[in-house]
Design a protein around this ligand. Structure first.
Ligand code: GTP
Length: 416
């Protein structure tokens, strides 16, 4: 039956019968056509120790070989390596970004291990928010780099989670959908694996780590997702090697005692991971990233920037109010800065003036000292000149007396 709804704010909604084909039932097809032509994007973050099997698992999941550079164990800090690929399955195009941690768990001091990962996730949210706040924004063809899923690789050794894993997941859980996976599950016995799974889940629960829950309200996928939830954390095996089992070639890892088949449910949870990640919940993961993690980030960021939601009781327009408040705040800040700069300038001038006066005084004092010294010297020289003159006069007098005496003596001699 074709049904038309008429809505009025004050009235109850009324259901009306259409008497013929109208055409809006093709809306879902129109949406699908548009989405398919636009293509989809999906961004995966792989967090795990060096050599834990991240690249092998991603290659196995997408049945292809992505580029990968082997990391060494000597990185001084955790880094992130991101690569984007375009994939196509029938008519559906997928822009896939894979982000790997490099050097995770290799440092002696692991205090800073979380920061680069959290920074990366937030930087992608920040980019999206910037686009959203632009006047001319283009979100429909925006190159979305927000992380939709974090595959957290747990080492298949030990009895439970390492403290780094717990801290890391706790820090990540409000920012990204986390799926914990036990890597290289083929190296554990079935009993050990069962125990490890149970312990990991108990530990995550007791520390309040929120991992991604497969939605089970939906009629179509509820059953599959409930069974997937019960299998967490997935114990996976990765391999890109084709091995002949019976008369079939399958992806497996061969050992002297036999082969571990990647896609065999009895051997590992790989098919469940692929089912959940790619076939059943890819859209929910994208949706949760936007509606839960990004919204939380956006809410905190906008509050930090001073935005408030409109108070339903008041008729005021909060954006306008906020703008006015921000403007007032800005002017007040400007005035304050101007005043402090003026004060600073006045102080500086006063300081320089005082310094100059001090210097002038010093110079004057030095001048007075020099003047006094000069006068003293002049007086001394005058004194010395007088003494010399007196000495010269005395000498001349003595000379004249001596000459007179000599003259008289010569006269006496000649008379004799
Ligand atoms: P980096 O990028 O260098 O940190 O390494 P990675 O985490 O990407 O590990 P990668 O996939 O390169 O695998 C490292 C080694 O582990 C290789 O020798 C793989 O063959 C092996 N490996 C990968 N997956 C598994 C697995 O499921 N089981 C076992 N037993 N070995 C595996």
């Amino acid at each position: 039956t074709l049904v038309m709804m008429a809505a009025d704010e004050n009235e109850e909604m009324r259901s009306l019968e259409l008497s013929g084909q109208v055409g809006f039932n093709s809306l879902p097809h129109q949406v699908v056509r548009k989405l398919v032509s636009q293509g989809f994007c999906f961004n995966i973050l792989c967090v795990g120790e060096t050599g834990i099997g991240k690249s092998t698992l991603i290659n196995t999941l997408f049945n292809t070989t992505f580029e990968n550079e082997e990391a060494d164990h000597y990185e001084r800090e955790v880094k992130l390596r991101s690569q984007t690929y375009e994939l196509q399955e029938h008519t559906v195009k997928l822009k896939l970004t894979i982000v790997h941690t490099v050097g995770f768990g290799d440092q002696i001091n692991k205090d800073e291990s979380c920061k680069p990962i959290l920074d990366y996730i937030e930087a992608q949210f920040e980019k999206y928010l910037e686009e959203e706040l632009k006047i001319k924004r283009s979100l429909s063809n925006y190159d979305d780099t927000r992380i939709h899923i974090c595959l957290y690789f747990i080492a298949p050794t030990g009895h439970t989670l390492k403290s780094l894993d717990l801290v890391m997941m706790k820090n990540l859980d409000s920012k990204v959908n986390i799926i914990p996976i036990i890597a290289k599950a083929d190296i554990m016995s079935k009993t050990d694996l069962g125990n490890l799974k149970k312990k990991i889940m108990t530990e995550l629960q007791s520390y309040g780590v929120q991992i991604y829950q497969f939605p089970n309200e939906d009629e179509e996928v509820g059953e599959i997702n409930s069974s997937l939830n019960a299998r967490l954390p997935f114990a996976v095996v990765g391999s890109t090697e084709d091995v002949k089992i019976g008369n079939r070639m399958v992806k497996a890892r061969s050992y002297p005692w036999g082969a571990v088949q990647v896609e065999n449910e009895e051997h590992c949870d790989f098919v469940h991971l692929r089912e959940m990640l790619l076939r059943v919940n890819m859209d929910d993961l994208r949706e949760q990233t936007h509606s839960r993690h990004y919204e939380l980030y956006r809410c905190c960021k906008l509050q930090e920037m001073g935005f408030k939601d409109t108070d339903p009781d008041s008729q005021s327009f909060s954006l306008q109010e906020m703008y006015e408040a921000k403007r007032r705040e800005f002017f007040k800040e400007l005035q304050h800065r101007e005043e402090s700069m003026r004060q600073m300038f006045v102080n500086k001038v006063k300081e320089t003036e005082a310094e100059l006066k001090e210097k002038e005084k010093e110079l004057h004092e030095r001048f007075e000292v020099l003047k006094r010294m000069h006068q003293e010297e002049k007086r001394n020289l005058e004194e010395k000149r007088r003494e010399l003159e007196e000495e010269m006069n005395a000498f001349n007098r003595r000379k004249v007396a001596a000459e007179t005496l000599m003259g008289q003596a010569l006269q006496g001699c000649s008379q004799q």
